[in-house]
Design a protein around this ligand. Sequence first.
Ligand code: CMP
Length: 224
Amino acid sequence: MLKNEIIQILKEIPLFKALSEEHLLKISNEFNINKLKKGKTIFYQEDESTDLYIVLEGAVKACLIDPEGKELMLNILKKGDFFGELSLLDGKPRSATTITVADSVVGILKREKFLTLLNNNPIIAISLLSAIVDRIRMTDDMLSSMAFLDVSRRIIKFLLNTAQKESKMTENGLIKIKKITHKELASCTGASREAVTKALKILKFRGILIEKNEFLFISKDIEL
Ligand code: CMP
């Protein structure tokens, strides 16, 4: 990836948007750029590392994985998002495992370099805090779904949220979503694969969810 391509991406990243061209050039020189194939683990939960990562291309998931391999998805980081800020800030082991979900390019910034940058440009702290606050809100929302909604409702909520992000709608008020595996749905809703399979069967039987070819259809007006 060329230096000016990196600077162009950095310019659009909320974390760095207040920085001058000169600063961006300096940061781009301090990045290590890593190209990764889909499915590559970047680091594991409990690893002792403190670098900050920025997604320059592709997408990365942050997830928790239990000893049996069951996964709980925490977040999907896309172009312009950063991750690894928790260990960077508190120096403790990684709170989650991160894996690429598409061929990706990530920029890696050493902790000391980021802290120097932060010292010289305290404005960055505001963007950093605001992103962390967003993540806390998302986690609260996920906790609330897991505590108060049954698996069918969690699946519907997840599908509606996904559709909202991708703004997919068909003419007759139905939302069209690309099919997703039971394993992935389980990871995104905090349910077991068996519970997801059972809930999907019920949703289809009741006509709430329609499966056709590679897609799922759901009414946009459905109430949780
Ligand atoms: P860190 O703990 O250094 O490494 C794992 C990363 O996953 C973490 O920093 C965050 O960037 C990200 N992460 C961990 N928990 C969450 C969460 N609940 N929501 C969003 N991102 C998270």
